[in-house]
Design a binder for this molecule. Structure first.
Ligand SMILES: Nc1ncnc2c1ncn2[C@@H]1O[C@H](COP(=O)(O)OP(=O)(O)OP(=O)(O)O)[C@@H](O)[C@H]1O
Ligand SMILES: [Mg+2]
Length: 463
C-alpha cells in the first residue's frame, strides 16, 4: 500500500516535469491534483504573474518589484545558479533568479520561499508565429510560498515592504536635480545635480558627522511616527558659521546621502508671499529646500523681513525689479513657508537655512519645529584637517601632524576652505603643504581679537 502511494507520487512528479508536452485532459488532471495537494498543505502558494489578467495583460508592478527585491537578497547572490546583469547607473551587479529556482527569505520571523517560473507556451507561440511571425509567448511569474499562519500575519506588510524597497531603488537610480527660481513668475528651473560632496569627503568633527547622519536616518525611517503624532513629515536645519566652513558642502552631502533633489530658493527673486507659496507648492516630496544666507537674502532692517512695503509702485515694477532684490516677502510669509499649513503639502522634506550671522536672525525663525537642529560649522579641528589631507594628498599620516595639532590647540583658526586652498597648491609636495598650513595657522593666532572670525570661534567653543 505504502509503495503504491510512493509510486503515485513519483508518477505525479514525472507528470509535472512533462506537463508541457501532455495532452489537454491530462494537463487538467494534473492541475486539479496540484491544487488539491496545495489545499491540504500547511503552506500557501501565491502567484505573482508578470501580466495582470484583470487589466488586459498590462504589466503587474508587484512582479517587477519582486524581481528587484530578490536581486538584492544575499541568498540570491549566493544561489548555486544565478543570472547577472548591471542595472542602469549602478556600479553593483544584480543577481537574478533563473527559472524554476527557489530562494528563501525571512521577514518578521516568517520564512518565505520564492520560485521564479518561466513557461513558454508552444501552442500560443505557434499561433503567434502563424499570425505575425512573432516569437513564442512566454509566461513569467513568481510563486511565493509561505505558511498559512504567517500568511495571515505578515503577507500584506511583506508585499508593502517589497514595493517600498523597489520604489526606493528606482528613485535612487534616477538622475537628481538642482532647482532654482531664477524665473520671477514663481517657477522652478532645473539642471542635473552633480555635487560630489559626501559625508565621507566632508571634513567635519566626527561626533557632529555622526549626529547629523543619525538624525537623517531617523528622519527617513519615521513616516509612521510623523503620521501617528500628526506632525508634517519634515525637518529643519539651520547651518551657521563663518564663510568657507562647509555649509554649502554639507547641504550637498545631505542631499547625496538622502538621494533627494535640491530646491535652492533665492529669496531676492521672489516677488511676494503668494509667489513664495507657489514655489513651495512646486516642490516635490523627498527633497531638500535651501535658503542660503538667510540674513542677507532678507536684509532685515530691525528684524523685519519686508525690505520695503509692497505698494503700487512695486507692483508696476514687477519682474524688472526682482533681479535687484526688490522682494516684498515678509517675515510671516517666510515663517509660513517654513512651517505653515502649505508647508505640509509634500512629505519627507528637509528645509535648510544657512547664515554667517545667526545672531541677526529673528528668533521666531529659529524656534524648534521650524529649525529643529542648529549646526555650527566652524574652523578646522584636527580630525577634520586629517580628512582634508587624506582627500587632497592621499596620505593618512605625516611627521608634522603633531605640530599642526598643537597650533590648532593654541588657537590657530583656519577655515576648511583656506586649508583646501593650501593643499591644492601643494598637492605634489606634502612637506611644503604641511609647512604652509603651520605658517598660516601661526598667522591666524596673531589675528586681531576683534576679527569676526575669532568672535565666531569664541561662539563655537561656547556651544
Ligand atoms: N567642511 C568641509 N569639508 C570639505 N571641504 C570643505 C569644507 N568646508 C569648506 N570646504 C571647501 O571649501 C569650499 C567652500 O566651502 P562651502 O562653500 O561649503 O562653504 P560655506 O560655509 O558654504 O561658505 P559661505 O558661507 O561663503 O557660503 C568648498 O568648495 C570645499 O571645497
Ligand atoms: Mg555657502
Amino acid at each position: 500500500m505504502e509503495s503504491d502511494k510512493t509510486m503515485l507520487w513519483s508518477m505525479m512528479g514525472l507528470i509535472s516535469l512533462q506537463s508541457k508536452t501532455l495532452p489537454d485532459y491530462l494537463r487538467q488532471l494534473y492541475k486539479l491534483w496540484k491544487s488539491y495537494r496545495e489545499n491540504l498543505s500547511a503552506f500557501s502558494h501565491i502567484d505573482i504573474p508578470e501580466l495582470e489578467e484583470a487589466s488586459m495583460g498590462s504589466r503587474n508592478e508587484i512582479y517587477s518589484s519582486v524581481g528587484a527585491y530578490l536581486s538584492s537578497l544575499e541568498a540570491t547572490a549566493k544561489a548555486s545558479k544565478v543570472s547577472i546583469s548591471r542595472p542602469r547607473r549602478n556600479a553593483n551587479l544584480a543577481f537574478n533568479l533563473p527559472s524554476h529556482h527557489t530562494v528563501k527569505d525571512e521577514f518578521q520571523g516568517a520564512q518565505i520561499w520564492w520560485t521564479h517560473h518561466v513557461e513558454i507556451d508552444e501552442k500560443q507561440g505557434n499561433r503567434d508565429r502563424d499570425r505575425d511571425r512573432g516569437s513564442g509567448s512566454t509566461e513569467r511569474k513568481y510563486v511565493l510560498k509561505i505558511s498559512n499562519i504567517d500568511r495571515a500575519r505578515v503577507l500584506s506588510s511583506y508585499i508593502d515592504h517589497i514595493s517600498n524597497f523597489a520604489y526606493e531603488l528606482k528613485r535612487r537610480s534616477k538622475d537628481r536635480k538642482l532647482f532654482s527660481n531664477s524665473d520671477p513668475r514663481g517657477r522652478w528651473n532645473s539642471v542635473a545635480f552633480k555635487h560630489s560632496s559626501t559625508f565621507k569627503t566632508l571634513a567635519l568633527d566626527p561626533a557632529l558627522k555622526d549626529r547629523v547622519t543619525k538624525d537623517l536616518d531617523c528622519f527617513q525611517q519615521s513616516r509612521d511616527f510623523y503620521r501617528r503624532t500628526g506632525r508634517a513629515w519634515k525637518r529643519g536645519y539651520l547651518l551657521y558659521g563663518p564663510p568657507g566652513t562647509g555649509k554649502s558642502s554639507l547641504i550637498a552631502a545631505i542631499a547625496n546621502y538622502m538621494h533627494y533633489d535640491v530646491y535652492d530658493l533665492e529669496l531676492s527673486n521672489v516677488l511676494d508671499n503668494s509667489t513664495l507659496r507657489e514655489l513651495l507648492l512646486g516642490t516635490a516630496s523627498k527633497s531638500v529646500i535651501v535658503i542660503e544666507d538667510i540674513d542677507c537674502a532678507a536684509n532685515l532692517p530691525e528684524k523685519a523681513m519686508c525690505r520695503r512695503p509692497p505698494d503700487s509702485q512695486d507692483e508696476k515694477k514687477g519682474s524688472r525689479e526682482i533681479g535687484r532684490g526688490m522682494t516684498s516677502v515678509t517675515l510671516s510669509g517666510l515663517l509660513n513657508f517654513a512651517d505653515g499649513l502649505w508647508s505640509s503639502c509634500g512629505e519627507e522634506r528637509i528645509m535648510i537655512f544657512t547664515t554667517n550671522h545667526k545672531d541677526k536672525l529673528d528668533p521666531a525663525l529659529l524656534r524648534s519645529g521650524r529649525m529643529d537642529m542648529h549646526i555650527l560649522l566652524s574652523y578646522c579641528g584636527f580630525p577634520a584637517f586629517k580628512q582634508l589631507v587624506y582627500n587632497y594628498l592621499d596620505i593618512e599620516d605625516h611627521k608634522l601632524f603633531d605640530t599642526v595639532e598643537e597650533k590648532i590647540q593654541c588657537g590657530g583658526c583656519l577655515t576648511p576652505a583656506e586649508i583646501c586652498e593650501i593643499l591644492i597648491q601643494n598637492q605634489s609636495d606634502p612637506n611644503t603643504a604641511m609647512k604652509s598650513v603651520i605658517t598660516a595657522l601661526e598667522g591666524s593666532i596673531a589675528r586681531p581679537a576683534s576679527s569676526p572670525e575669532k568672535d565666531e570661534k569664541v561662539l563655537s567653543s561656547q556651544e
